[in-house]
Design a protein around this ligand. Structure first.
Ligand code: NAD
Length: 313
């Protein structure tokens, strides 16, 4: 049984980590969040210690690290806002623990280099949550592409609209310096998935980029991808919006829809199983996706053209 600590325990995604720690037969010993709305801990680990001040959490983790009778923290799960991930991963590794960090692992590619040095110094590993790589439909598509070994590129269209209320732009998620912006915060899953399936990234063009939506064109070794992301409910196609739907997700490959609306519920559990078996996705595996989102963030939108997503028409 491994011992866990968790950073960012009061947030939306933290309970999935608590659940995954429990489902894999491990123990949460300590949790930290500046916000104390953490009653959810009782549903999973009622005996866990909890801290709202980082310094007290640090003292507790260090006391465990030095203890001679066991109880050291083996893994720190990181569910804090994106711009804090690298600092929290450094804390985990320097405390003698491995890290399991939510996406995006960092905001910029050069942050990866510094973290790799600390991995070397400490002998501890950083694992990230890239749960789409574990989704059965994505595994099937990746296998199909590998099997077909086509010489022509696949034509891919990706649209993801996940409506958020007014709170979104008031929170850290709406602040580009903290979340990286929508392409980073929401898109990174998809950009990682595209690279995982279609290989090396060759071209990255931005057609639209603002607080609530982004779109562009990506070319990979084996695919040409027109993509569109939004948190604006107005972008849900009208016929669906009229039925009350606030989310729209469509990925087509050569015009065929990839069905992956189900199969999402236990992907954190599966990520933990893989990580604990030593098969977690590490820093290098994230590099292309992080380079992709950093370039989109820094990119100047170009005029729309034949490679723009049809939603921009
Ligand atoms: P959230 O805002 O609901 O939670 C973030 C938590 O971090 C809050 O409880 C906040 O109080 C806490 N926090 C703020 N400052 C902190 C600090 N200095 N130290 C420690 N904790 C601090 O956000 P969320 O939606 O739970 O997202 C958390 C992370 O999980 C983000 O990196 C996000 O990108 C990622 N996420 C991943 C998925 C996924 O599907 N894998 C889904 C949603 C979010």
């Amino acid at each position: 049984m491994k011992n866990f600590a968790l950073i960012g325990a009061a947030g939306y995604i933290a309970p999935r980590h608590m659940q995954a720690i429990k489902a894999t037969g491990n123990m949460l010993l300590a949790a930290f969040d500046p916000n104390d709305s953490v009653g959810i801990i009782d549903s999973h680990f009622p005996n866990a210690d909890f801290f709202t001040e980082f310094e007290r959490f640090d003292r507790h983790v260090d006391m465990r690290r030095r203890a001679r009778n066991g109880g050291q923290i083996d893994y720190v799960a990181i569910c804090s806002p994106n711009y804090l991930h690298d600092s929290h991963m450094r804390f985990a590794l320097r405390s003698g623990a491995h890290a399991i960090c939510e996406k995006p692992v960092v905001l910029n590619p050069w942050n990866i280099d510094g973290l790799e040095e600390i991995e070397q110094e400490t002998g501890r590993k950083i694992n990230t949550i890239l749960q789409l790589r574990l989704h059965p439909a994505i595994i099937a598509l990746r296998d199909k592409v590998a099997r077909e070994r086509r010489s022509t590129k696949y034509e891919v269209e990706l649209a993801y609209v996940t409506s958020r209320g007014h709170w979104y732009l008031q929170s850290w998620k709406g602040d580009q310096k903290k979340s990286g912006g929508i392409a980073t915060n929401i898109g990174v899953h998809f950009f990682d998935m595209l690279h995982h399936i279609f290989g090396k990234l060759q071209s990255n063009v931005v057609h639209l980029s603002n607080d609530t939506k982004a779109a562009g064109y990506l070319e990979y070794e084996h695919a040409r991808v027109r993509w569109f992301l939004s948190v604006d409910v107005e972008d849900v196609p009208a016929a669906l919006r009229d039925t009350g739907l606030r989310t729209y997700r469509s990925i087509t490959v050569d015009g065929d829809e990839i069905e992956f609306s189900g199969g999402f519920t236990d992907l954190h559990d599966r990520s933990y199983v893989e990580i604990l078996a030593g098969r977690g996705f590490g820093l290098e595996e994230c590099r292309t996706a992080i380079e992709t989102v950093a370039a989109i963030r820094g990119g100047k939108p170009m005029s729309r053209d034949v490679d723009s997503h049809p939603f921009l028409a």
